[in-house]
Design a binder for this molecule. Sequence first.
Ligand SMILES: [Zn+2]
Length: 640
Amino acid sequence: MRRLTSSLAILLSASACTTATTQPQVSTAIPEPMVAPILTGPEALDTLTFAQPQIARVTHVSLDLALDFEAQRVSGTATLDVLARPDAHEIVLDINGLDIVSVTDMRDKALPFTIGAHVEEEGKGAPLTIRMGDERRIKIAYRSGPDAEALQWLTPEQTLGGKLPFLFSQGQAILNRTWIPTQDSPGIRQTWEAWISTVIPAEGEIDVVMSGIEGDKADPTPPPPNRISHYFSMDKPVPPYLIALAAGDIDFRAIGPRTGVWAEPSVLDRAHAEVADTEQMVVAAEKLYGEYRWGRYDMIVLPPAFPYGGMENPVMTFLTPTFIAGDRSNNGLVAHELAHSWSGNLVTNAVWGDSWLNEGVTTYFENRIVEEVYGKKRAEQEAALMYANIQEVLEEVGMNEPGTALSTDGQYELGSAIAYDKGAFFLRTVERIVGRERFDAWLQQWFDNHAFQPATSELFLADMMANLVRSDAEAGALMLREWIFGPGLPSNVAKPDPAAFAEVDGAVSAYAASGTIPSAWDNWTAAEQIRFLDNLPAELSHEQLAALDIALGLSGTGNNEILFLWLEMALENRYEPAVPQAEAFLARVGRAKFVRPLFQVLWDQGDWGRPIATRIYAETRGSYHSVTRDYVDRVMSGGD
Ligand SMILES: [Zn+2]
């Protein structure tokens, strides 16, 4: 296969890595790359980084950090191994809000550095340019700023246990530059290790997990007696947004030989029961697309402030507790994060405008895992819900809106029905046309041949043309370019099975016609219940809402997806009895998927809703992660 690398990129891919000396790396022969190549085509140019990896790039990050829960900062050092052109004397890093104390070589000799102008938009931050001369290992002493966007510090009162504080990080897309000074670009893979020290509080133990394997390498700067140090390492090169940390009062319970779950003690039983199928999911995923390459697959169920459903941090998926429903009906989320161990973590979008390569491929893969573990019916129903999402967005913005292309040329919107659901339907369509057997073989070779490397839409397309497509006729039928670069939905889309929701769609019609509330509700799958609520008439009277709530138990549901849909439709119809529950929900949960639309609905309700939204947000804003806060700030300033 063609690979979009120049000879320079291949040279730079030869890693100096952890054994770097102070000598410049001059290689005549090209050694086996330990760090995957960067891509150098124009379509791989990441405009969200200041780094110039074609001149000098970070290959290994070694952190030695202390967590300070009172000041809500991390402080310590980052030691970086650098691979650079022999004539390179500078390296440019990404930082955002860091206090840089000093930069030195490994003999503690100061190296001059400058911090460029801060770029506010998109959280790009500022370039940290270090004059490293011939040094290829540099040490930065620093601390994070007071409002580092990647980090959320929770007081004991914000945790379930109420005894100890909690910290978690969220790096994607470009937030890690608020706590780690490195080249924060998904195309610049780095290995890493970290010593993280915490105080030993009287109230119990603060445990630490990271997106790496815990070990016992001695801390080069041992902590004082009132602190304890934890060591983690990741020996596979990862994009730096995948370096993640969580710390708090957490316990672990095993699921299978290589799988397990961490959570606050009071939620561990429920969390463990909800993810009990994870080992089966790993087996199913391996059967589909080859070996799981990361060793362990553990998860941590975080406090409800976590802004996303899940984050695929290697060997340690981060999860919201709001997916726990008691019946595993929302654990497609686990299948999704697990699938990222291939699509996203193994093969990574080189630029965020190609995020469908991470998310669309993963959403397809997720659905295949769900099919393997839970059967065709559930998988088809979940696919039908995705298809409805795509249609809803396309109806809203129009089939010709350029932003509905999978490859978006730099515009990047996390959580979009396009990158995830349209991306998944693209792969589903290809699978239907070439047949599952050929498609699966192709996708597995895609993961294998591009493992630990960045990818672009052009590379994906070229790989399909070279390794999957057999004839011009087939290429025409597949409409690959339209799918990747065109707006809307191509005409060959493999639609979901219309029978998937036949019963529910009948019940929706019956309700619309005669107000008949479905008697089979309690026997329905969660997807069926969601489908029903999604398709109810937009306008419902207070009597109708009360009747639905009583008959279906909506406000008392243990499934947050259902509860969210109930609150959304109740607020859309200005149903006062739901306001206290919405308020409690918005105070308890920080997941952007739920929080942003509920504030949007209130905002859209003008005179009735805006005062309620303003009152609630005044109480809850401080408890949200920056990701969620940014969304809601936009809503509350009249944007959407
Ligand atoms: Zn994802």
